[in-house]
Design a protein. Structure first.
Length: 471
């Protein structure tokens, strides 16, 4: 990852409107990863990441910033909610499970990358398997070419023979010619709809979760593997499917066979430890207000903070793939902090989030930019969805401004949920149109103007009690 901080901010600007200070902080944190890995080896291990605490109301882009950052870095990334963890000794998830989840994601990520690198060779092997089903080779356990011709397309075989000009000298040569002819048809997609019987791996048994103190989750994982082995996990079963479906399944199976799983695990562990990002949402929910009571759930909240502290400041977590050090994992905390304040966190945990960034509430102008500028803007999403039905919609500038005004007004009058309000506004705006397509409206061009927006949304905005539930 060679992006500079300014380039990272430019990439984030394509999807996230405003919040310049937050973007600068995460861009610097990401670039510091590259700087640490290229620093003098004598001091490299001493350079620890500066964890970030994002403070701001819901729907202003906290989670989206972290998610886009992880995509840019091609780094293992998970989002967890602090309110779902419990103190050791209570029934529930312990904080170490977030590191185990990150490790699982990192291994899946590395294996997927390795499989992509061998996709070409895997496709060739999958094609050979399909050819063996359509035209078995002569030495395949007594099937012989004579039996294969009963299932093969005789017209294709006949044409392949006449094109040669001379009769085949042996069954082996005839078999080879027919396979080549079928190989050509496979490459051209002419056999994609043909039904064949394929041996595929049995699907894995459903996952199960065991909650409890002190590594009980690991016991749950081992128990799951044992049950999987007892139920015949890893065995194959025969299924009928089209050639196109079989190709996709066989390519994935062959790619999995071609990669070295031990190398994948080692690379994933290294990547998790050096580049991993854990986004801890709702961290304000485990903060205990200074005016709060001493008993009840507050005891568990403080316990979660104490359990979280060694993970954030650097410790070793035992996973089923090996030990994972958290010293250089980047932690990004996030919370609205409406009730509690950052200072309500225990002092040791506060010290582990040295960079604090306050995100601003979104204004009407921000809503307008969110609807018109990003690559994944909601207006573009609805345009793409309806275009798939043959209906092409377009928005006038006045319509987009009116949508932004209504979103800001409803946020102010009912409850401020940030950019998420735009999802509810757009859903209500297109409710009638999405229901009418394709039964009543099969195709055509539709312009969404300011009058249409007011017609669809004005009654909902005026009725504040109703908008509290619908919007």
């Amino acid at each position: 990852m060679h992006l500079t901080p300014q380039q990272i901010v430019a990439e984030l600007d394509e999807y996230i409107i405003g919040q310049k200070e937050a973007k600068r902080s995460v861009a610097i944190a990401l670039r510091n990863r590259w700087r640490r890995m290229n620093a003098d080896p004598e001091i490299r291990e001493e350079i620890v990441p500066n964890n970030i605490l994002m403070i701001g109301p819901t729907g202003v882009g906290k989670t989206e910033i972290a998610r886009r950052l992880a995509k840019l870095a091609m780094a293992p990334f998970i989002k967890v909610e602090a309110s779902k963890f419990t103190e050791v000794g209570y029934v529930g998830r312990d904080v170490e499970s977030m590191v185990r989840d990150l490790t699982e994601f990192g291994i899946t990520m590395v294996k997927t990358e390795m499989q992509e690198r061998v996709k070409g060779k895997a496709a060739e092997q999958a094609q050979e398997q399909i050819l063996d089903i359509l035209i078995p080779p002569l030495n395949s356990k007594g099937l012989g070419f004579g039996n294969a011709t009963k299932r093969a397309n005789t017209e294709v075989e006949a044409s392949s023979l006449t094109q040669q000009g001379t009769p085949a000298s042996s069954d082996e040569e005839l078999n080879q010619r027919t396979r080549e002819r079928f190989r050509e048809k496979l490459n051209n997609g002419e056999l994609d709809d043909r039904s064949i019987e394929v041996e595929v791996k049995k699907s894995t048994s459903p996952t199960m979760q065991v909650f409890g103190p002190g590594g009980m989750e690991e016991m749950g994982i081992n128990l799951q593997e044992m049950l999987g082995n007892l139920s015949g996990k890893g065995k194959t079963t025969k299924r009928k499917m089209t050639v196109a479906e079989a190709r996709d399944i066989l390519v994935d199976e062959e790619a999995e066979k071609l990669i070295n799983h031990d190398d994948a695990i080692q690379e994933a562990l290294e990547r998790v430890q050096k580049q991993g990002i854990i986004f801890i949402d709702e961290i304000d929910k485990i903060a205990v207000s200074s005016a709060g009571s001493k008993g009840g759930p507050d005891v568990s909240r403080q316990g979660v903070q104490r359990d979280l502290l060694p993970i954030v400041e650097g410790s070793t977590v035992n996973t089923k793939y090996g030990l994972v050090k958290t010293d250089h994992i980047l932690f990004i905390g996030s919370g609205a902090f409406h009730v509690a304040k950052p200072s309500d966190l225990i002092p040791e945990l506060q010290g582990r989030f040295p960079i604090r960034v306050e995100l601003n509430s979104l204004s009407e102008g921000d809503f307008y930019n969110i609807l018109s500028q990003p690559k994944n803007a909601l207006t573009k999403q609805y345009e793409a969805m309806l275009a798939s039905e043959g209906v092409h919609i377009s928005f006038t500038d006045e319509a987009v401004k009116e949508l932004a005004r209504i979103a800001a007004e409803v946020n102010e009058q009912v409850e401020n949920i940030g950019a998420r309000r735009l999802h509810t506004i757009m859903s209500s705006l297109f409710d009638e149109l999405l229901f009418a397509v394709p039964d009543d409206i099969k195709e055509g061009n539709i312009t969404i103007d300011k009058d249409y927006v007011n017609q669809q949304l004005e009654s909902l905005v005026k009725d504040k009690d109703l908008s509290q539930y619908i919007l």
